[in-house]
Design a protein around this ligand. Structure first.
Ligand SMILES: NC(=O)c1ccc(NCc2cccc(O)c2)nc1
Length: 246
């Protein structure tokens, strides 16, 4: 996937280009990231990219023209058909299903806003989709863009080896994750659940599925309402609920 990021703080993106899964995806050439700074497209001495809001009120608003020019440059780089995505609390809430959709795209232009946001006329004329990482405001769209890019990078075919594959991700199944354990077998008197030491892969798989179902029921029951359970999953969950109520 070819990504072009419109941001006043390109240096921030080293957090995903220089580390981890997203960094490796870029080394493998499965993901490319190029940042474009709207300040490049200003003509005044102060390289002005923001101004006071019409109608008064606190903070500043990002001006349309430098962003328009930056997006035009981005289109030249990643192609005219790339969608322009804007990170904002007013956007569609990002979830695993949304990441899967985004990961299928060959290219994308991501607009990371600062201040109170962006002149609405730029959004109306240039933005195809608004996405949000959650119902809260942070100081800029950069971290939101990095969360989204990290999440979709894992889902690009070839990025994760089989050993780490994203298919088994709990959220890929619409459930919370099961507990995980590693050495030592007993830590501060707490032993690892016997089943995980049994070598019985069927029993281990069932236990993990039961734990994922049970924890989802305990912590995020609403995730279960829009998920149809198979007969076996219903049985595993009932067993967990009965045991929990003892
Ligand atoms: N929830 C998010 O994805 C998110 C995204 C950006 C952001 N800050 C910059 C900004 C941008 C636009 C409007 C606005 O009010 C604030 N904060 C949170």
């Amino acid at each position: 996937m070819k990504l072009s990021i419109i941001t006043l703080f390109p240096e921030m993106f080293s957090a995903i280009s220089d580390y981890g899964v997203s960094g490796r995806a870029m080394q493998k050439g499965l993901l490319s990231l190029d940042c474009i700074n709207p300040r490049t497209f200003t003509e005044d001495r102060h390289q002005t990219v923001d101004d006071r809001p019409y109608g008064g009120g606190p903070g500043m608003v990002m001006m349309a023209e430098p962003l328009d020019k930056a997006i035009a440059e981005a289109r030249r780089q990643v192609g005219e058909e790339a969608k322009v995505v804007y990170m904002s609390p007013q956007g569609r809430q990002l979830d695993q299903a949304g990441l899967l959709e985004l990961a299928q795209r060959p290219a994308m232009i991501v607009l990371a806003g600062r201040y109170e946001g962006v002149d609405e006329r730029l959004i109306a004329s240039q933005v195809d989709e608004e996405w949000s990482i959650g119902d809260y405001v942070i100081s800029g769209g950069e971290l939101a863009a990095m969360v989204m890019i990290d999440g979709l990078a894992r889902l690009i075919p070839g990025v994760l080896g089989h050993a780490q594959s994203a298919e088994q991700d709990s959220f890929a199944e619409g459930l919370l994750d099961c507990p995980h354990y590693t050495r030592p077998e007993v830590y501060q008197g707490q032993a690892v659940p016997e089943v995980l030491l049994s070598g019985n892969h069927g029993a281990i798989e069932r236990w993990r599925k039961q734990q994922a179902l049970g924890r989802t029921w305990l912590r995020r029951p609403e995730l279960l309402t829009d998920r149809t359970l198979s007969q076996e999953e219903k049985q595993l969950l009932d067993e967990f609920v009965q045991a929990h109520k003892q």
